[in-house]
Design a binder for this molecule. Structure first.
Ligand code: SF4
Length: 367
């Protein structure tokens, strides 16, 4: 493919124009489109808005399991038989301690994630109090993922100081019934619109590799562009044993059965071109699917998690920081913590991760 083709991708993206569906499909599937020039074209867009900075997020799985919903990809779903440790909402003291650790380890944002369909009014009031306390103690951004939320609840959380509400679209409207039967794509869209109504920034993304077609990935990326989401996590499906989808995801149309590093990187590039100003996070599945190509994800993406995911282990924080620095990127932080402090804290977190291994179920491929 001519150099001008790749340059044009950057130009179109930076000028705010939309790539055609045909071009998007080509980026994901055409073998004549080479990976390195494609990554460079996406990097030019990333660099324009985010320079060489990487935003790090730490997830606090504040409540695990006990979910009545049946999202087929989720280890916490009512239909899942995954070997996870279920627990109700953690005590406030524990959530606050984890916020402190997140701040001290250099995380830009602390994400509180709870299982469940959505919070009751009582739970919303509790979360609002918790968010106020975190914000009063640490200069860290707070993002909450709590299921379906209406305008009233979103307003209460916004007034408490919440920076972002996370609610992933996950896949296209057409593919949604194949991944969940207890709520709809429109339910998720309503939650995002409720957040926007009260002025909350939205974090919403996708899970790649759930049997969708490339067209579904293009559609959901364009829907997220329309919503102007501030943050866009791109997850790559982790086949956790006991979830409805594990082992049953087959190559439907043009999506590979097993996500390859090449395909995953192409998806990130496509999402960058279509959402040039969004904080694009290479999220769950990074270590599992990108394998030796993991560092290349930093060229289209400007954000990642450290310390693992909801129900799956990730790289240690120290290894992730090392990878970022080795590739010449810098970590964006909110505080005045020093490199030394980050290093000391990350070493400490390595020990913590080992202690938490019991919470992380096996992958199908490890069985
Ligand atoms: S994704 Fe959320 S709503 Fe769906 S089953 Fe898992 S915890 Fe429940």
């Amino acid at each position: 493919m001519e150099t001008t083709f790749y340059q044009e991708l950057t130009t179109i993206s930076l000028s705010g124009e939309l790539l055609s569906d045909a071009t998007c499909e080509k980026l994901l599937t055409a073998t004549e489109i080479e990976l390195l020039p494609l990554l460079d074209a996406a990097y030019q867009v990333r660099k324009t808005y985010f320079q060489n900075e990487v935003q790090l997020h730490i997830l606090n799985n504040a409540q695990n399991g006990y979910c009545p919903e049946d999202c087929h990809y989720c280890a916490q779903a009512s239909s899942a038989t995954a070997d996870i440790e279920a627990y109700p909402l953690k005590p406030d003291t524990e959530i606050l301690l984890e916020a402190e650790r997140a701040y001290e380890s250099g995380a830009y944002r602390y994400c509180i994630v709870m299982s469940g369909r959505g919070p009751s009014p009582k739970r919303v009031a509790h979360l609002a109090k918790l968010i106020r306390t975190v914000k009063a103690h640490y200069p860290i951004e707070v993002c909450l993922s709590a299921g379906l939320v209406d305008v009233e609840s979103a307003g209460i959380l916004k007034s408490a100081g919440l920076d972002r509400l996370n609610h992933n679209l996950n896949t296209s409207e057409a593919h949604y019934p194949k991944i969940c039967s207890t709520h709809s794509y429109q339910d998720r869209m309503d939650t995002l619109q409720a957040a926007q109504t009260v002025g909350l920034a939205c974090c919403s993304g996708v899970i790649v590799g759930m049997g969708e077609a490339v067209d579904d990935l293009i559609k959901v990326s364009k829907a997220l562009r329309q919503l102007e989401v501030a943050s866009l996590p791109v997850n790559f499906f982790l086949p956790i044993a006991g979830t409805q989808l594990s082992g049953s995801v087959t190559a439907q149309r043009s999506v590979p059965t097993t996500l390859t590093p090449d395909y995953c990187l192409r998806v990130l590039c496509l999402y960058r071109f279509l959402n040039p100003r969004a904080e694009i996070r290479v999220a769950a599945g990074r270590e599992h699917h990108f394998r030796s190509m993991e560092v290349m994800a930093l060229y289209p993406a400007n954000s990642m998690f450290i310390d693992g995911y909801l129900n799956a282990e990730g790289s240690t924080a120290s290894r992730t920081l090392e990878m970022i620095r080795d590739a010449g990127f810098t970590v964006k932080t909110n505080g005045d913590d020093t490199e030394q402090l980050k290093q000391e804290e990350t070493e400490r977190r390595d020990v913590l991760l080992k202690e938490l291994r019991v919470l992380r179920p096996r992958m199908e491929s490890d069985a």
